[in-house]
Design a protein. Structure first.
Length: 325
């Protein structure tokens, strides 16, 4: 997906591109509300928990960013990401004792909802009489589990859900989250599973109104989205444990590209996956090893995220013991 991985962009050019991206992006409509929620969530989870130490906090990004083509947006570029990886991983992180900031694309998979039918309201419920509805018997276990687990995570203050749609919203929110998490130090983690657009139309050169078809073929220049991973590592949250993802459709270049991303963006881990096999297998690439992680098919309903998060939690624990490793 990322055609620039092999090319070096000078630091000053990158800094200028990042500055221009943030300066020209339309401001978040609910920026103050997000700040307040973040402050409250991080404040609560910085306090010593049951075992006397501060709770670990992970920001899980999930789903794909859109690239609007018009300011009063009628059309946009999108990508395939369903948000399954991020939603499932969120559940396993919570089970492992983490607090999760779930930065997700509106309308994609949600934690605790994986076992529900796609359209739960219409599929799961039935009207019994004029005043009552009930969950259909066949769905009652799944609905009960989803509600119980979700309510518990929210009531214990372990899940903060923040939705985005566009690339502009995503990167501004990621920056806010990272800067708020800086105070947590090494117990903070970034698990960047969202499929982030590589190209965009800068707000300053974007058409205001719906692009007209009467003018003939559409010629449009997309510019590269500045690579924010390095700035996240170096400036926004330098002590945090950072995991990025690399998706390719050509397995021959996958591991090489993951290795490159690991070095170039100074990630602690890069999770490499191929489009069609991504639910069965991923390879975790670090400076010392490459570990293949598979879905355990012997357990019904199991998914690859179960083993993946177990491995990541172990590595994060080792990092907490020695952040210089
Ligand atoms: O969202 P999903 O479960 O359908 O897919 C997950 C994924 C492939 C988007 C994720 O594992 C990933 O690789 N994200 C980064 C994609 C990229 O290289 O930009």
């Amino acid at each position: 997906m990322d055609v620039t991985d092999g090319l070096e962009v000078p630091q000053e050019t990158l800094d200028a591109e990042i500055k221009s991206f943030f300066e020209s992006a339309p401001p978040l409509k609910n920026g103050d509300d997000i700040s307040e929620k973040l402050e409250e969530f991080i404040g609560r989870n910085s306090l010593p928990s049951g075992n006397g130490s501060a709770r670990r906090v992970v920001c899980v990004t999930s789903g794909g960013t859109t690239v609007p083509l018009e300011r009063r947006c009628v059309r946009y570029i999108d990508n395939f990401s369903s948000g399954h990886r991020g939603a499932a991983s969120t559940e396993y992180f919570i089970e492992a004792g983490y607090a999760v900031i779930f930065l997700y694309r509106r309308g994609t998979c949600q934690p605790h909802c994986r076992s529900l039918p796609e359209d739960p309201l219409l599929e799961c419920f039935e009207v019994t009489d004029e005043r009552n509805i009930r969950v259909r018997q066949s769905d009652s276990e799944a609905v009960k589990r989803a509600i119980t687990e979700h309510h518990a995570a929210v009531a214990e203050g372990l899940l903060l859900k923040l939705p985005f749609t566009t690339i502009f919203e995503y990167l501004q929110m990621l920056q806010m989250i990272a800067i708020s998490m800086r105070s947590l130090g090494a117990p903070a983690m970034f698990y960047l599973a969202a499929a982030v657009s590589d190209f965009y139309v800068p707000w300053t050169s974007m058409a205001e109104h719906k692009i007209q078809s009467a003018s003939g073929p559409l010629d449009m220049r997309l510019v590269q989205v500045p690579k924010m991973l390095l700035v996240l590592r170096k400036d926004w949250a330098p002590m945090a444990f950072c995991i990025s993802f690399k998706l390719e459709t050509d397995t021959k270049i996958l591991l090489e590209k993951a290795d490159m991303a690991l070095k170039k963006y100074k990630m602690h881990m890069v999770v490499a996956n191929e489009l069609l096999s991504r639910k069965e297998e991923v390879v975790v690439v670090t400076t010392n090893d490459k570990v293949s992680v598979h879905r355990d098919k012997t357990q019904v309903g199991n998914d690859v995220e179960n083993s993946l998060i177990r491995l990541i939690v172990e590595r994060h624990s080792a990092y907490l013991e020695n952040p210089n490793l």
